[in-house]
Design a protein around this ligand. Structure first.
Ligand SMILES: Cc1cc2nc3c(=O)[nH]c(=O)nc-3n(C[C@H](O)[C@H](O)[C@H](O)COP(=O)(O)O)c2cc1C
Length: 334
């Protein structure tokens, strides 16, 4: 069942697309574009913001878009709107990633409203975690959040964390030696146009950790307390296939896990270098006993309570990512 186009539909779809702009994305590329139509919302991949060197297949682009899709779905649910979601609906238009079609109303759920509040405070914190490990119930809740979106979160054993650390070291060395990757990184860490990873979100000193974080190639300005991430847990988000539909779903799961973590006071840091390098991606497959395909690694824990949160990186404006021209007449009437 679809609904008759109304001013309210146009407004709520435009708002959901705008709210989705809070989503995390690799190197803050925000590789999504939204088109508000009278009866539906379309999500399209923005290929000119795909990272050609580290993400030639578009895996991380689709994961990022999936996170934005999950944000938009939750924003609609928080307004009490039901909708259907068609993922990759048109083989002739592979960059049309999803179509959200409102089908009616229901009571807005408190969970969805809390998730939308969490979107506004969520940010990537790369500083060392506190010494307090996450309890098992929290890790279980995060795994359930992934499962509800059709992906799996495997929490690594201590032994597997050492394998991950070796893979992350190897990936860092491969990327450091690759001129194209380094140029791409330099470009995305020096932008001033609402995109990219600014220095104020990067630690002033690279934290000493068992599993190395991504080396952004330049020191940040974010003050960092000493710490070693001994209490960190590491999760591997994985699924049944290494193809676009699954990458999109992995992004939806990443968003769901991260927003659930915020509600439980926990911190999430995605680590994707090990996924970007083919050999280390293959090594990660063995960590899940070749049962599935790895999409992204997550460092999980509690943020250091003595450290104020880092500032949020910039975002593109709604006018840059949400096309409302097809409903302009409806919005003008509002
Ligand atoms: C698919 C994906 C991969 C990411 N990989 C990394 C990573 O390897 N290292 C890192 O520090 N941050 C990583 N991030 C976090 C992004 O850099 C971050 O989301 C972006 O800069 C926007 O910042 P925000 O999350 O604070 O809004 C990743 C995010 C996504 C969605």
């Amino acid at each position: 069942m679809t609904m008759t186009p109304t001013v309210a539909t146009a407004i709520v779809l435009a708002q959901a697309a705008t709210t989705a702009g809070y989503a995390p994305s690799v190197h803050n590329t925000q590789p999504w574009h939204w088109t508000v139509l009278p009866d539906r919302l379309e999500l399209t991949a923005q290929r000119d913001r795909q990272l050609a060197a580290i993400d030639p297949e578009g895996r991380l682009l689709l994961i990022s878009c999936g996170a934005a899709l999950n944000h938009a779905r939750l924003a609609l649910a928080a307004e009490g709107w039901r909708c259907t979601v068609d993922r990759l609906p048109d083989p002739a238009r592979p960059d049309l990633l999803a179509v959200l079609t409102p089908t009616g109303h229901r009571a807005a759920t408190a969970d969805a409203m809390r998730f939308v509040q969490s979107m506004e405070v969520r940010h990537t914190d790369r500083r060392p975690l506190s010494e307090r490990p996450l309890p098992r119930e929290v890790l279980q809740a995060l795994a359930e959040a992934a499962r509800a979106e059709g992906a799996y979160l495997h929490v690594l054993t201590a032994e597997q964390v050492y394998d991950l650390a070796a893979a992350a070291d190897r990936a860092a060395a491969v990327e450091a030696a690759d001129e194209g990757m380094q140029q791409e990184l330099a470009y995305w860490t020096s932008r001033r146009d609402g995109l990219g990873v600014p220095q104020y979100t990067l630690p002033a000193e690279q934290p000493a950790t068992t599993v190395p974080e991504r080396d952004f190639g330049r020191a940040g300005t974010l003050p960092t307390a000493p710490g070693h991430d001994r209490a960190a847990s590491y999760g591997l988000l994985y699924g049944d296939a290494d193809e676009p539909l699954w990458w999109l779903r992995a992004g939806e799961a990443l968003s769901a896990v991260w927003l659930t973590a915020i509600g439980l006071g926990a911190s999430v840091l995605p680590l994707s270098s090990v996924i970007e390098v083919a050999t280390t991606r293959a090594a990660l497959r063995h960590l899940v006993a070749d049962l599935g395909w790895p999409y992204v690694v997550l460092r999980l824990g509690y943020a250091d309570p003595d450290q104020p949160g880092p500032m949020h990186p910039p975002r593109l404006t709604a006018a840059q990512v949400v096309d409302t021209s097809a409903v302009r007449h409806l919005l003008d009437d509002a």
